[in-house]
Ligand binder design. Sequence first.
Ligand SMILES: Cc1ncc(COP(=O)(O)O)c(C=O)c1O
Length: 295
Amino acid sequence: MITSGSQHAIDLLVRSTVGPGQVTAMEEPGYPRVRRVFIQSGATLAPIPVDADGLCVDLLPAGRRAPVLVYVTPSHQFPLGSRLSIARRLALLEWAANTGSLVVEDDYDSEFRYGAPPLPALAALDPGDSVAYVGSFSKILSPALRIGYLVAPASTRERIREIRSLSDWHSSWPLQRALAVFIDSGAFDTYIRRMRRLYGLKRAALARLLDEAPEVGTLRGIDAGLHAFWELAPGISASETAAMAAEQGVRVSTAQEFYAGVPVVSGVGMGYGAIDHARLKYAAETLIAAARRQR
Ligand SMILES: Cc1ncc(COP(=O)(O)O)c(C=O)c1O
């Protein structure tokens, strides 16, 4: 189904499969806009920790306490930037086959990998009917387009169609048509290749700049996507760093904004997709100065 972005797809999935009081799980830290969808549905939230290999699948409750739905960002964990290892992908699918839970795979930026080859999507590895795959054109083209897609398990489709038909029927047809022509012409592939190179150069420049200050922070995650997470050294406050940077015109998010519970990792997240090299340099230098002032 073509949707108005991944947010819309996830809302449709939750509304069609989750009832009040049922348990839904997601990465901790994780994407706050999905957490808010869960809360609004009346579900009970189970935050599952994330490490350098992505979601800690072995911490997912099984048996009667198993969540009905688990939300993951396997190709580029949001916000820490790790990716789900192959072993954990297989373990997650096995867990879902045993519990009957639905795995929601939010593949929001997998077109942008600068080093490592991509791993197969959960939806591609799933031998059964456990994964709902969610994609978006927000990172590839623009979030202003409001267009994305949902490949839902067959067992959920009828209910999703019914719910959708009662809200907005369908996404703008002329927009879908324009996008289809753009894709079919080959121009879309050319555009992705060009942007991958440009974003890769920005990511490398940001990494070089931040690596100048290993005593205050470390860039986490794989070389991918349009956002980076800078983990701060013990004793350096993310909120102070963000506040000082904001005074200099540099806006970043803090790790605590992505936690439902007590934050474990301290650091700041930043989007660099729309920033030119001069401003990227200024932002990195401003952040380093703000962190160093706290030592
Ligand atoms: C984790 C995650 N998923 C999805 C999206 C894209 O959402 P949408 O397609 O609704 O614009 C974003 C955008 O920031 C995101 O951070």
